[in-house]
Design a protein around this ligand. Structure first.
Ligand SMILES: [Zn+2]
Length: 681
């Protein structure tokens, strides 16, 4: 454990200003003399915490001394009042910044008329970008650090179960200013992330130009597949279709060439060259096969992509390293992800990944899939999608149903109380929630935008086509409405706004999936039968098994980076591909009976949003636990409210309140085991 005392010693050792160290020593003596011996521990800690973050431009030793003398409090009533003031202030600052951003981005994101080029600039404007810097510059951050304790995750997990809500609010307040990252370092990181996102967003494979040795094409003209999402979804959608195997094998090879960077650079986002992924040959596309707007080159180069994929990851790593020294409690990107963002120790998450990967259910479910496919598994079957139950109505009929019910965003908004009553909320609660959710017509596929202060409303952005909301739009709207309902409860229903929210992103998504899973039922299509439930349990298990390996590759890549900070992009590529093969050989090869497959390194998240992938696994784990509870309750509404008003406490505490047990893979694995046994019998 990183004891805070050790951190303070480190800060003093690094501190180049002996005058500040002397001022801190004298301040402690004076404060103990003034506030009494009983305050010694608080004085030592508070002054130490201020020293940890104080910089020369905050003032000289005399200014430091004057500040701590004036701001240190020992009277409990004054401390409570100060916490209240700072809590109110942050609600105002965050709430208004969010509101400003939402208003500035309206034209870019909402379907409310033609845009002008400046709309993109307005959407990128962030009124809250400099809040942390301003909290330090105004010394509000120092007032918090002087009076309330900084905590490590280990301390929060060990002592937190006995804390009052007030103590949790204090921990959240100080946690908010536990990293003081200079503006230019933050800007450099934002630039690295924007570059990585741009690289990923433009990485398309033109499927019509994938050819076999005889020049035959397996995909229709015009099909453009964004790596990795569309490539993976095309594999999933191909099951049961003509030429499925041929297409799926081709797409697997494409993914492997991307991960290993053997892919010819000329074929990336280029509809003017043909490529045979099996042999890696490229040639100009024949006239007449080229999509409009592109011209085939005279010659096509077979030169491989020069490890640009890994150069992007390397630049994110360098951005993280630049932040590390300014985040003393969580001094690596890995620590920040697990200890600050997720608040679940890394070892705990890895143990859950391994419980799934090592589960004795893996060979049994694999066998079940082989039986359904009538052939041995191939590596791309990590994305087997055949357990998804089909809806009773064809999608075209569902489209008709939702289009006629929801011709406009207003029509959906007007139906929210009925939908929520269908989920078991009382009529009053449903009306309260509907009155606190604003519905807007989105340009994109739909999203939920939270509110950060009471008096403001979360926004549901939903996609309405010109003849109304299609089924896909409705399915997404129900998911996003789940986010909005959680947002209303966790803002309006929680006792401290410093505690609003849920433990982390995986919980947010799991709660939204509870709504989404009931979309057909809410559209009057009846509850899924026992068969469908069993299939869903197997689908959740196999999806968790797939993404657990991917998450492990992502995590191990970052450990390798921290162990090899001077690595080149080529060394990083070799390392990541090696890790992907190791993870494959250990957990997947036994059921796929093929070794050294690099497929698990294909996810684009690794390149643009590193260390995120484990949240998908946690999402499956959490959803299974919550569903068990909702099933026992017979409805969603009251339990959902009880869970969502608990606030953003760490995962185990939240889950104990929600379901009576800590976060655990038990429900996910048990559901799959029961499904296997029921199918057998
Ligand atoms: Zn979501």
């Amino acid at each position: 454990m990183i004891a805070l005392a050790a951190l303070f010693a480190l800060a003093t050792a690094l501190d180049p200003d002996p005058a500040l160290a002397t001022a801190a020593r004298e301040a402690k003596v004076a404060l103990v003399a003034r506030h009494g011996e009983a305050q010694r521990a608080r004085v030592e800690r508070g002054v130490g915490q201020v020293v940890l973050y104080w910089r020369a431009d905050d003032g000289d030793a005399a200014a430091f001394r004057a500040f701590v003398d004036e701001q240190f409090l020992s009277d409990p009533a004054a401390l409570d009042a100060t916490l209240g003031r700072l809590e109110e202030a942050l609600e105002q600052i965050d709430g208004h910044a969010l509101q400003v951003n939402r208003e500035l981005a309206r034209h870019a994101v909402l379907e409310i008329g033609p845009t002008v080029p400046a709309d993109g600039l307005l959407a990128a404007f962030d009124a809250g970008a400099h809040v942390t810097e301003d909290l330090f510059a105004s010394k509000l951050a120092f007032a918090a650090l002087l009076n309330f304790p900084l905590t490590t995750l280990e301390e929060r997990l060990r002592d937190g179960p006995a804390w009052t809500r007030q103590q949790w609010a204090e921990a959240r307040l100080v946690g908010r200013v536990s990293a003081r990252i200079p503006g230019p370092v933050n800007q450099a990181a934002a630039k690295a992330y924007a570059d990585a996102q741009a690289y990923v967003a433009d990485y398309n494979i033109w499927a019509f130009h994938l050819v076999d040795a005889g020049g035959a094409r397996a995909f229709p003209r015009g099909k453009r597949l964004l790596s990795h999402w569309n490539l993976r979804d095309e594999i999933k959608a191909s099951y049961g279709q003509p030429a499925a195997l041929e297409r799926q094998r081709t797409l697997q090879k494409v993914m492997e060439r991307i991960a290993t960077q053997e892919i010819p650079l000329a074929v990336v986002n280029n509809p003017a060259v043909d490529w045979n992924p099996a042999t890696n040959e490229v040639r100009p596309a024949p006239a007449g096969t080229v999509e409009t707007g592109a011209t085939p080159p005279a010659q096509a180069s077979a030169a491989r992509e020069p490890d640009t994929r890994y150069a992007q990851l390397l630049s994110l790593f360098r951005a993280a390293r630049a932040i590390d020294p300014y985040s003393p409690l969580a001094p690596t990107a890995i620590a920040r992800k697990f200890e600050v963002e997720r608040e679940i120790p890394e070892a705990r998450v890895v143990a859950m990944l391994e419980e799934i990967l090592n589960s004795p259910l893996v060979p049994r479910v694999a066998e079940r899939i082989e039986k359904r496919l009538g052939r041995p598994l191939e590596p791309f079957d990590v994305w087997y999608a055949g357990f998804r139950p089909r809806s009773r109505l064809p999608e075209a009929e569902l489209d008709g149903l939702t289009r006629s019910r929801y011709p406009t965003a207003e029509a959906y908004a007007a139906d929210i109380p009925r939908l929520l009553e269908g989920l078991g909320f009382t009529p009053e609660k449903a009306r309260f929630l509907a009155a606190h959710i604003a519905v807007d017509p989105a340009r994109g596929s739909g999203h939920a935008l939270q509110a950060a202060m009471r008096g403001d409303k979360p926004h549901l952005r939903t996609r309405i086509g010109k003849d109304g909301m299609d089924y896909k739009g409705y399915n997404i709207a129900v998911h996003e409405m789940g986010h909005n309902v959680e947002q209303v409860f966790s803002l309006y229903g929680v006792d401290h706004t410093l505690l609003s929210g849920v433990p982390n992103n995986a919980f947010t998504e799991a709660l939204a999936f509870v709504f989404q899973a009931r979309d057909l039922e809410l559209a009057g299509q009846g509850k899924p039968g026992a068969d469908a439930e069993r299939l869903l349990a197997l689908d959740a298990f196999w999806s968790a098994f797939e993404i657990a390996g991917v998450a492990l590759v992502d995590l191990r890549a970052w450990h390798w980076l921290y162990a090899h900070p001077a690595a080149t992009k080529a060394e990083l590529r070799e390392a990541v591909v090696g890790i992907a093969r190791e993870v494959w050989n250990r957990y997947y090869a036994p059921v796929f009976r093929t070794r050294d497959v690099p497929l698990l390194a294909i996810y684009s998240h690794m390149i643009e949003e590193p260390l995120y992938l484990a949240d998908y696994v946690l999402g499956h784990v959490i959803a299974a636990q919550l569903e068990e509870r909702f099933r026992a309750a017979g409805k969603v509404g009251p339990e959902f409210e009880r869970m969502a008003t608990f606030g953003s406490l760490p995962a185990d505490l939240w889950m104990r309140n929600a379901t009576g047990e800590p976060l655990s893979t038990r429900a996910l694995l048990e559901n799959a085991r029961r499904a296997l046994e029921a199918e057998k019998g």
